[in-house]
Ligand binder design. Sequence first.
Ligand code: NAP
Length: 359
Amino acid sequence: MAEGRRVVVARFGETPLEAIAEHASLEPMARPDVASLAPVDVVVAIRSAHVNWVDLLMTSGQYQHMAKPPYTPGLEYAGEVVDVGAAVRRVKVGDRVLVDGLLAGPRSLGAYQAYGGFATWGVAPEEAIHPIPGSLGFDEAACLLGSYETAYHCLVARGRLAAGETVLVHGASGSTGLAAVQVAKLLGATVIATGRSEKKLEVVKAQGADHVLPSTGFKDRVKELTSGAGVDVVYDGVGGDVSVESLRCVKFGARFLIVGWAATPFVARGQGGRGAPNANVLPTNLVMMKGLDVLGCPTVISTVMNPAIRAPRLAAVLEWANRGAIRPHVSHTFALGDYRAAMQAKWAGEVVGSAVLHA
Ligand SMILES: NC(=O)c1ccc[n+]([C@@H]2O[C@H](COP(=O)([O-])OP(=O)(O)OC[C@H]3O[C@@H](n4cnc5c(N)ncnc54)[C@H](OP(=O)(O)O)[C@@H]3O)[C@@H](O)[C@H]2O)c1
C-alpha cells in the first residue's frame, strides 16, 4: 500500500508556537483504502492545504472549536480525486476539487474530523466536494471558502454593506481581511484598509483597497477621507486598541462587525482550558453615543445555528470565483515537511493573504 505523510498534533500546547515546536510531528500515513470507507466517500490526493490562522489557534485549544488530539491540522484543502466509493455519483477519479472545511477536516463535526489537509490524502463525503471554480489553481482553491465565506457572512449577511458606503477593514493583509477587501469592492463600497506593514499594505492596495493606513493613529485620517462623517461599517478582525480607536471614526448608526482578534489571540486559556480571561472589551459609552450596531459575526457557529444561511453564501462565493470576480492571494508556499516554518511564518505575520502547504 502506498505510503504518504501527515502532520499530527499529539496534544494541545500552552500556545500555538509551543504546540508547533513540541507537540506536532510528521508521521507516515497509509493511503486510505476506499473499500473500507463509506460508499459516499471520496479520497483526494492533496495538492495544496491552506495554513489558516484558525489552524494555529486550534493547536493550543484556544479556538472555540476543538479537534480531539491526536489530530491532523488543515481546515481546507484542494487536490485531485484518486478514489470514489460505490455510491458517489457527481465526482470521478481525476477531478480537480476543493473540500468544504465545514463538512470534513478538523473544523467539521463528526467522523471526517480525522482527515486534515496537512497530509498526503484526505477523505471527505461527496457532499463536501466541489469542482475548483473558474481558473483558480490548487493553491487559490484551497484558500477560497473559509476566507470568502467569512467576508460574505460579515459584510453581506451581517453588515448589509451597500454600494456607495465606506468600510474600514482591519487586518486587511490577512486571509479573511484581503477577502473582505475584494468582496467590499465587488459590492461597490469604498475600502479604507489598515495594517502594520507598509510593504504588505502595498499588496492590499494592489488588491483593490482605495486607501491604506497604519493600524494605529488612523482615526483622523479616516475622518478626513470621509469628509468628517466617519465610516458606515467597520470590519474588525484585529481587536484590542484597533477596535477602540475605530469607535472614534464611525458614522452615527454605523455597523461594527466583530470578526476576530488577531492582535489578542490569547483571549482563551491555553491547552484547551476554555474560559476567556483576556476578553476584548469595548467602551459602551461610545457604542451608546454613536448609536452603533455591534454585530458578532461567527461564520461557522451562525451556520450551525441556522443551516439555511449556508446555501446562498456558498453559491455566491463559488459564482464570484467562477467568473473571476474574486481570487485568493497566496503569498507563501511551503513543502508539507516544512509545516513548522509555514505555521511560524503565519503566526509572525509574514504572510499576505494566505500561505499553503504542498503535500
Ligand atoms: N468571524 C469568523 O467567522 C472568522 C473566520 C475566520 C477567522 N476569524 C478570525 O479573524 C481574525 C483574522 O483571521 P485571518 O484568518 O484573516 O488571520 P490572518 O490571515 O493571520 O490575518 C490577520 C491580520 O491581522 C493583522 N494583525 C495580526 N496581529 C496584529 C496585531 N498584533 N496588531 C495589529 N494587527 C495585527 C495582520 O495584519 P498586519 O500585519 O498587516 O497588521 C494580519 O494580516 C482571527 O482572529 C481569526 O480567528 C474569524
